[in-house]
Design a binder for this molecule. Structure first.
Ligand code: ZN
Length: 201
């Protein structure tokens, strides 16, 4: 009986030790995880009807979002959607549509995780796609403000300050932490002044 107790207490001690070891490791992982984990990581299934130029613009748009959100949005493109499999693929889905009375002058339209892109109406293909991806992530328009990705008309392919605010509002962008430490140097006036000129000048 005594030996069994001894074994049990040894086991408890061993378990306690291994738990302690894990706790240290877990704490370290928890510190790293918020920086490494993505807020939105999805595969966009794209329509095979897009031209090569349009596909490149769409891929650049997804990369731009990843850079802008410092890796918190990680979307990848898969051009695998055609008439034979369109019912089987999960959203997000990107369709190519041609201009019509219904699309009017719109370069695209997004509803939930479904994007209808009208490349023939877009002046700037990448900007249109970046704008629609913004809607997919939950960002809203800026009416009457130009030069932003989320501008209601003629969106830009360069992110602006308002885009950043809107992105932070929906929780995709995070406030930038200062990477620079300011050091204040105090000079003691009692220290004798050294003449910068060497003797003989
Ligand atoms: Zn819009």
């Amino acid at each position: 009986m005594r030996s069994l107790l001894a074994i049990l207490s040894f086991l408890t001690l061993a378990l306690g030790l291994s738990n302690a070891g894990c706790t240290v490791a877990d704490e370290h992982v928890r510190d790293v995880a918020p920086f490494a984990s993505a807020v939105d990581e999805r595969t966009v299934h794209g329509d095979t009807q897009f031209t090569e130029v349009e596909r490149l613009a769409a891929e650049r748009a997804l990369t731009a979002w990843s850079v802008f959100t410092r890796g918190r949005v990680r979307l990848s493109m898969r051009w695998d959607m055609d008439s034979t499999n369109y019912m089987d693929l999960p959203p997000p889905i990107l369709y190519r549509v041609t201009p019509s009375a219904e699309t009017g002058t719109m370069g695209g339209h997004t509803l939930g995780s479904t994007i209808w892109w009208v490349p023939d109406t877009c002046r700037d293909l990448q900007a249109c796609m970046m704008h629609e991806v913004g809607h997919m992530l939950g960002l809203e328009h800026f009416e009457g403000v130009s030069g932003q990705v989320m501008s209601a008309r003629n969106p830009s392919h360069v992110f602006g300050v308002l885009d950043y605010r809107e992105c932070a509002r929906v929780g995709v962008c995070r406030e930038i932490r200062p990477d620079v430490t300011t050091v204040t140097v105090t000079v003691d006036p009692a220290i004798p002044r050294i003449d910068p000129k060497p003797p003989g000048w």
